[in-house]
Design a protein around this ligand. Structure first.
Ligand SMILES: C[S@@+](CC[C@H](N)C(=O)[O-])C[C@H]1O[C@@H](n2cnc3c(N)ncnc32)[C@H](O)[C@@H]1O
Length: 443
């Protein structure tokens, strides 16, 4: 199958079957052995088209008379891909973007739709003046279209960070995320892992932030990386690796991770404990607990015990029992939009607004499980105050038995001196956005 036909098939899976982009793409690559060059082209075309989302539809609307919703889904997807190639893929000549889209339309459409695809794409290629985003009305709409984000999200970012930072953040979200790996120190050293990766043709470097992290800038497909199956490493972003270090678990500790699936931080905590002590990995979803068990087995970790429970009840079940408790709560994930290409288009404002209440309830329950003198860590992969510092401040105001602990002793020198709560911002720190606060129970 040629690359564009493959991209069309994957995009239809995403748009019509509501498949997650990374899952649809990996599924295709698992079932079809491809050369690296083809894999890269398909990835760029699929991820780029998904990220550009409604901007492509807005452009399409400027060039057709009928409502976009009336265009057949296959033809609409061919057009989205075609516009993406025309306007965003510098290395694809306009003639190739048009001709290849027309060929796809011939396979899936009839004479009329072939002519339609041909006419629309050639007119965009010839005259781009209609793609003027300043005509959309207002600076929020302009930023949303120019940087391919939903307008409500741009508004939220503008309120939180102001115009300049919003643009920088949106631009960052459109960049490609490098693959970040955490070395499983129970099976190999970081030096051994790095040597192994170099032999396998993976281009990688050590992280600025975490001693176990290796950041890959060029690599084969994940399915070809047998060292992941062997448990020598696992995929995890650098910033999320800071959490286990902030918890700073001892080999004798009982640690409870109240929202733990799929187990990135749980298995990191367990490894830092040298496979000793006990980590209770809790999650509300039984099917996700299986992922923790699989990860632990692959990594050779035996000090994890799983528990399926709503974290809002965990305080009652383990009252005053744990040396350390992690509440890595469900969040809006606005710090990882670069990595999850479809996330910005799947989220809703209403769903995000409900999160702080749930996060607060989970934090309160997690706090109950901490024993006096013990440690409570709250973390998210988001960047807005209402899910981060506001939740922690509200909690501290209501629970004088907890005090905020300085973070610097647990952070790399490059991140020290930023205050008692750490907020990593993607466009500032060049990593996934992340929030961490560490508290101690005084009595
Ligand atoms: C941010 S993710 C956790 C990521 C995980 N700590 C890791 O590092 O791999 C949040 C998790 O919370 C779980 N969750 C959502 N609501 C929950 C609840 N009420 N109680 C327990 N877990 C919950 C979700 O299933 C999800 O796995």
């Amino acid at each position: 199958m040629n690359d564009r036909k493959a991209a069309l098939k994957i995009l239809l899976d995403i748009y019509e079957n509501k498949a997650y982009a990374n899952i649809a793409l990996n599924r295709y690559f698992t079932n079809n052995q491809l050369e690296d060059i083809d894999r890269r082209f398909i990835t760029q075309l699929v991820y780029g088209t998904v990220k550009a989302g409604d901007t492509l539809l807005w452009i399409l609307r400027q060039y057709i008379k009928m409502p976009v919703s009336k265009v057949h889904p296959v033809i609409r997807t061919i057009l989205r891909m075609g516009i993406y190639q025309l306007l965003y893929m510098d290395k694809v000549p306009a003639s190739a973007a048009c001709n290849e889209s027309v060929k796809l339309a011939k396979k899936y459409g009839h004479v009329g739709t072939v002519k339609f695809v041909n006419a629309v794409l050639r007119s965009i290629a010839r005259d781009r003046s209609k793609c003027d985003f300043t005509k959309a009305g207002g600076q929020t709409a302009y930023i949303a279209l120019q940087y391919c984000h939903p307008e409500w999200l741009v508004k939220l970012f503008m309120d939180e960070f102001g115009r300049e930072q919003t643009i920088a953040l949106c631009q960052f979200n459109n960049t490609e995320a490098p693959l970040s790996l955490r070395c499983n120190t129970l099976k190999n050293t970081v030096e051994q892992l790095q040597e192994h990766l170099l032999k396998k043709g993976v281009e990688c470097e050590r992280s600025r932030f975490c001693e176990e992290a290796v950041v890959c800038t060029r690599h084969p497909s994940l399915t070809a990386m047998e060292f992941l199956r062997e448990g020598r490493a696992l995929v995890q972003d650098e910033s999320s690796m800071l959490v286990a270090h902030v918890i700073n678990p001892a080999p004798t500790d009982l640690v409870i991770d109240v929202c733990s699936a799929p187990g990135g931080k749980t298995t990191h905590i367990a490894a830092l404990m040298g496979n000793k002590g006990k980590v209770i990995a809790n999650d509300i979803h039984a099917h996700k607990i299986k992922l923790i068990e699989e990860n632990a087995a692959r990594l050779g970790i035996t000090n994890i015990e799983v528990n399926i429970e709503d974290a809002r009840n965990i305080g009652k079940s383990y009252k005053n029992m744990a040396d350390k408790v992690l509440a890595d709560v469900p969040c809006s994930g606005l710090g990882v939009l670069r990595r999850k290409v479809d996330a910005r288009w799947n989220k809703t404002k209403a769903e995000i607004e409900k999160l702080p209440q749930l996060q607060y309830e989970i934090l309160e329950s997690a706090a109950e499980a901490v024993k006096p003198g013990g440690i409570l860590v709250y973390s998210t992969c988001t960047i807005i105050k209402r899910e981060n510092s506001e939740v922690v401040n509200k909690f501290l105001a209501a629970h004088e038995e907890f005090k905020l602990e300085p973070l610097d002793d647990f952070l790399p020198s490059g991140l020290q001196g930023r205050g008692s709560m750490l907020q990593l911002l993607p466009h500032v720190d060049n990593v996934d956005g992340f929030f961490i606060a560490r508290m101690q129970k005084m009595k």
